[in-house]
Design a protein around this ligand. Structure first.
Ligand code: GTP
Ligand code: MG
Length: 271
């Protein structure tokens, strides 16, 4: 049954891709959806953005988000990424904002309030995260009057499968605090499913058959309160030289949900 779902996903990959390519916000006054990624340090946030770019381009683009094979490369500054569509200068109507990871300890990693400030559109690109203090109202990176385009429409929590069993109380609290303050659609991505589950490493198609992964997702869901229907497994492109249908399908299915949630939200809200 689950493998059927996967083959269905694979068969529909082109359709999913077409859906993303055809997507245009219904509202004329909305240029793009803004998606904010936050989550565990080294959890694969930047790799996910890079992977989305690879899927959309149909090749590993090697964007300078993550240094290939150089190990974790923390994202110390707030940065927003656009995705080129066709000719240079043309972009998809969604952007992804990348943040520094949450940390196990209170004194390192991103300040949770910075995620809230970014979500509300107060943070300008280039802001260097400081674990000790949140973005100050006096900073040049503080945007006092965010427009609709600065505000975030979808909040995505990114956690690697291996971390979900070891999420400290501090990290769970940070995620819950952020979730509690967010008034926008939220979903979660579980990355590194290949390193966490042997059967998935052998064949990514086992993703929907793996009891191990299901339990991991359920545990995470219970810990932070994100419903199972909003948690998506992903295998990022991190060392591949070519894209493949199985990894593409997983990335596209979450991308499609992100677009749907964002689109529903902008139509519902009177911004
Ligand atoms: N095996 C595997 N490795 C991954 C996956 N996603 C990311 N990685 C690797 O994990 C490491 C960390 O990934 P990043 O994308 O830099 O993580 P991040 O969440 O941006 O980290 P910070 O910016 O430090 O918070 C990199 O070496 C990636 O190549 C995945 O799905 N599977
Ligand atoms: Mg990063």
């Amino acid at each position: 049954m689950l493998s059927e779902v996967f083959s269905l996903l694979n068969r529909h990959k082109d359709r999913e891709l077409q859906y993303v390519r055809d997507y245009k916000p219904h509202r004329d006054d909305v240029q793009h959806l803004r998606v904010l990624l936050y989550g565990s340090a080294g959890g694969g946030k930047s790799s996910f953005i890079s992977s989305v770019d690879s899927v959309l381009q149909g090749r590993i683009t090697g964007r300078a988000l993550v240094e290939a094979n150089s190990g974790p490369c923390p994202s110390r500054t707030y940065k927003t990424y656009k995705f080129q569509k066709g000719r240079p200068g043309n972009f998809y109507p969604f952007v992804f904002s990348d943040t520094l990871g949450l940390e196990m300890r209170e004194d390192s990693g991103v300040h949770p309030e910075d995620i809230i400030l970014a979500m509300k559109g107060h943070m300008r690109d280039g802001y260097r995260f400081n674990p000790a203090s949140k973005l100050s109202g006096n900073s040049q990176y503080y945007n006092a009057e965010p427009t609709l385009h600065d505000k975030v429409h979808v909040l995505v929590c990114v956690v690697p499968a291996v971390h979900t069993s070891f999420l400290s109380l501090d990290n769970v609290k940070k995620i819950k605090d952020i979730r509690g303050m967010a008034r926008i659609p939220q979903l979660a991505i579980i990355t590194n499913i290949d390193s966490a589950c042997k059967e998935i490493q052998e064949d990514l198609k086992n993703v929907y058959l793996s009891k191990n992964l299901k339990e991991t997702m359920e545990r995470f869901s219970q810990l932070v309160g994100i419903p199972m229907s909003r948690i998506f497994p992903v295998k990022n492109y991190h060392e591949e030289i070519d894209v493949n249908d199985d990894a593409d399908s997983l990335i596209l299915s979450v991308l499609r949900r992100i677009i749907d949630f964002g689109e529903d939200f902008i139509n519902m809200e009177s911004h």
